[in-house]
Design a protein. Structure first.
Length: 95
């Protein structure tokens, strides 16, 4: 396991609230060693980023996800899609 204090880690923040993801990003930058941080706002974009990172051989070390978010950018209804993201990570067997 990587020591997050000394190794550069990849993080994805999945949250539709910009101010929340920005606060999380600022906190991570203070406590981690120059992290690579990606941000997505929807379930579909978050899942796509996680899958692409795995396919590229550069999986995320940390996933931070909201539970209630829209399915896509066109969808304004919030639903508990955070569970879908966790289930996909479990299905992949890795981040």
């Amino acid at each position: 396991m990587k020591d997050f204090r000394t190794h550069r880690v990849r993080v994805i923040i999945i949250d539709d609230e910009l101010f929340i993801s920005k606060d999380i990003e600022e906190t991570l930058k203070r406590v981690l060693n120059n992290p690579i941080i990606d941000k997505e706002k929807t379930r579909n974009d978050g899942l796509r980023a996680i899958r692409n990172a795995n396919l590229d051989g550069t999986p995320y070390d940390i996933v931070i996800t909201d539970n209630y978010m829209p399915l896509s950018n066109d969808d304004k209804q919030l639903q508990p899609f955070g569970t879908d993201i966790i289930m996909e990570i479990e299905r992949l067997g890795k981040l």
